[in-house]
Ligand binder design. Structure first.
Ligand SMILES: *Cc1c(COP(=O)(O)O)cnc(C)c1O
Length: 436
């Protein structure tokens, strides 16, 4: 680990005490509370260093060797390297590494492949689809016509899979609605999403197939989730979730779609690319190709399973009965019928356990209140935690929620969380502030 005076901004921000103080407080927060938000991770110091580099100064509208500004000799190499590493990591014919985020990547694909008004078949938002999969609040639903599939009902029989993608429904809707594009991918689905049945359904109705692997991209890179590359026509991803890179997006596609995709990203939707972030993406793609990352991806899944098993033993219900990835969707109702996701998230926050409330399939409560929590193992696995710590976290969650009206109990959990986090610092080289 580099010393704190290296890539970390707090040491070089002495000229701006206010921002320096805020960053130092955030270092402290990340180091002394548990990070269980399924879409978060801890990047390497190398990723942080690239993100904080002078590459941020360069304007580079266009693509390598086809730019609208001078002085791009170096950033051309940076972006070429990132594209090459993305292609090699995922075995894709073409990569666009410019999308500023996952949402931009999805929009670019729609723009490249669809005309306004075209029909898209994607996952229901209240069953785990993303905002960009046709939420009424998203511009996607104003430009294209979204039809949505969901998951099967919860199963009474524990030996039967319930709350899994309803492929009969996907096939029926595809036949009836004749979508131009079928989208797979979710923000809150704890099972493997097999790209093959989607491919068959898309072929049967003549639709294109996009796989949004924003969440499992790192698990795909690490070989513990089947790769949609080569099965789907286009694959979108974020680089900051399980892939553990900087905040950003990317698109992988067939060679014959490259021109349309590139044109939709720039000049279709974005201006100048963030070459400092693209450099950090290159770093992350290389890190994900290391054998250590395969081991990491496997540990992420083991840890999610351990956390899930321990929570189930405490009386929580796991949507779909468990997990195959980094994520758990927890139904709070069997644990305590009066406990909402909103109240749970707030009290867990006070105990130093950071997570988010989430709707569960067919949630009787509103998306703002919810009956569920979403938990993820990616970040704390990076920090070095294992199945034993996951069992301890489950017990801390149970104690916090049981004792939510008892300030002394919440404070006792907060102290234990602090002690647990101290044993697994995400950035051991970082000297944190006074602590809150
Ligand atoms: C996170 C996510 C996105 C969007 O990523 P942002 O970087 O937040 O824009 C898109 N699709 C899915 C399925 C996601 O989970």
């Amino acid at each position: 680990m580099p010393s704190p005076s290296g890539p970390f901004p707090d040491a070089t921000l002495r000229g701006d005490a206010e921002v320096a103080r805020l960053i130092s407080e955030e270092v402290d927060r990340q180091s002394t509370t548990l990070q269980l938000i399924a879409s978060e991770n801890f990047t390497s110091p190398e990723v942080l260093a690239a993100t904080g580099s002078v590459l941020t100064n360069k304007y580079a509208e266009g693509y390598p060797h086809r730019r609208y500004y001078g002085g791009n000799r170096v950033v051309d190499e940076v972006e070429e390297l990132a594209r090459e590493r993305a292609r090699s990591l995922f075995g894709a014919p073409h990569a666009n590494v410019q999308p500023h985020a996952g949402a931009n990547a999805n929009l670019a694909v729609y723009m490249a492949l669809l005309e306004p008004g075209d029909t898209v078949l994607a996952m229901r938002l209240d069953h785990g689809g993303h905002l960009t999969h046709g939420s009424p609040a998203s511009i996607t639903s104003k430009i294209w016509r979204f039809v949505s599939y969901g998951v099967t009902p919860a199963s009474e029989d524990p030996s039967e899979a319930g709350e899994v993608i309803d492929f009969d429904q996907v096939a029926d809707l595809a036949k009836r609605e004749q979508p131009k594009l079928i989208v797979a991918g979710s923000t809150a689905y704890s099972r493997i999403i097999d790209p093959e049945p989607f491919r068959e359904i898309a072929d049967a109705c003549g639709a294109l197939f996009m796989f949004d692997m924003a969440h499992p991209a790192g698990l795909v890179a690490g070989g513990v989730h089947p790769s949609p590359v080569g099965v789907a026509d286009v694959v979108t991803l974020t680089t900051h979730k399980t892939l553990r890179g900087p905040r950003g997006g990317a698109i992988l596609c067939r060679a014959d779609l490259a021109k349309a995709i590139d044109g939709a990203v720039f000049p279709g939707l974005q201006g100048g690319p963030l070459e400092h972030v693209i450099a950090a993406k290159a770093v992350a793609f290389a890190e994900a190709q290391e054998p250590a990352f395969r081991a990491y991806a496997a540990r992420v899944v083991d840890n999610a399973r351990a956390l899930g098993a321990a929570l189930a033993a405490e009386g929580f219900r796991l949507v779909s009965g468990g997990t195959d990835n980094h994520m758990l969707l927890v139904d709070l109702r069997p644990f305590d019928a009066h406990l909402t996701g909103k109240v749970a998230q707030e009290v867990l926050d006070r105990a130093g356990i950071t997570c988010n409330r989430n709707t569960i399939p067919d949630d009787p409560r509103s998306p703002f209140v919810t009956s569920g929590l979403r938990l993820g193992s990616a970040a704390e696995t990076t920090a070095g935690m294992g199945p034993e710590e996951m069992a301890r976290i489950a017990s801390l969650i149970m104690r916090t929620l049981r004792g939510r009206d008892d300030e002394a109990e919440v404070a006792a959990v907060r102290a234990e969380v602090r002690e647990l986090c101290a044993a697994f610092p995400p950035y051991p080289g970082l000297v944190t502030g006074s602590g809150q």
